[in-house]
Ligand binder design. Structure first.
Ligand code: GSH
Length: 217
């Protein structure tokens, strides 16, 4: 397996957590520097025409893209420990919480969007930060309200087992930190995030633990 990755990529962080939880190590990690725009160069465009990280190339050459699709694939080929609950309603809940992050919040913050705001719409830095904080906050408010109100919430987003919802929550919280967004109004999300980050699979996957990462953002 070959993982196309960049230290700062939150979507790749999600996949790294899943790989670690499953005890799978890619044979090769290929660095694609998003800060230098390497995702748009032909070498990576040939791997993922969407020009987004992560991409995971399986041993037979199949290219997988989109973090949630990759995580579900890993869950299917390495069923233990499961990353989705068995119960259909709990499964839908785990996917729903995950998608608040991966489908509705994170895509609004990524380099291509930030660059569009800056270079095409000519928004100044303060306005761009306002945009980023708005969408981080919208997701965290809905996640916090949802988690705090649900009997399903336990040590983790869904009871006592780590699911894809916790993986996505971790990426949201780390992203909030990168963009200096205050998460103190979200105690349930913070509690679950803190618990997750004590797990070695999460801790080792942290963006700042990856090759090329700075000591702090
Ligand atoms: N929905 C995608 C998001 C992928 C994505 O936007 N990745 C970012 C890094 S976290 C990226 O490669 N951005 C490059 C760009 O915006 O040009 C997923 O979950 O995999």
């Amino acid at each position: 397996m070959k993982l196309f990755s960049f230290w700062r990529s939150l979507a790749t962080f999600r996949v790294r957590i899943a790989l670690n939880l499953k005890g799978v190590s890619p044979n090769e990690v290929v660095d694609v520097d998003l800060m230098k725009g390497r995702q748009r160069e032909s070498a990576f465009r040939a791997v993922n025409p969407q020009m987004l990280l992560p991409a995971l190339v399986d041993d037979d050459g199949t290219v997988l893209f989109q973090s949630l699709a990759i995580i579900e694939y890993l869950d299917e080929i390495h069923p233990q420990p499961p990353l989705l609950p068995r119960d259909p309603k709990a499964r839908a809940r785990a996917r729903g919480l995950a998608m608040i992050v991966a489908a509705d919040s994170h895509p609004l913050l990524v380099p291509r969007v930030r660059e569009y705001l800056e270079h095409e719409l000519k928004l100044d830095e303060a306005t761009r930060t306002k945009w980023i904080h708005h969408w981080i906050g919208e997701a965290l408010k809905s996640i916090e309200t949802n988690l705090a109100a649900s009997k399903a919430t336990g040590t983790y987003c869904i009871g006592e087992a780590i699911t894809v919802a916790d993986i996505c929550l971790a990426s949201q919280m780390v992203g909030a930190g990168f963009f200096k967004y205050d998460t103190t109004p979200f105690p349930t999300a913070r509690r679950i995030f803190d618990t997750c980050m004590k797990n070695d699979a999460f801790a080792r996957a942290h963006p700042l633990k990856q090759p090329g990462a700075p000591a702090a953002v």
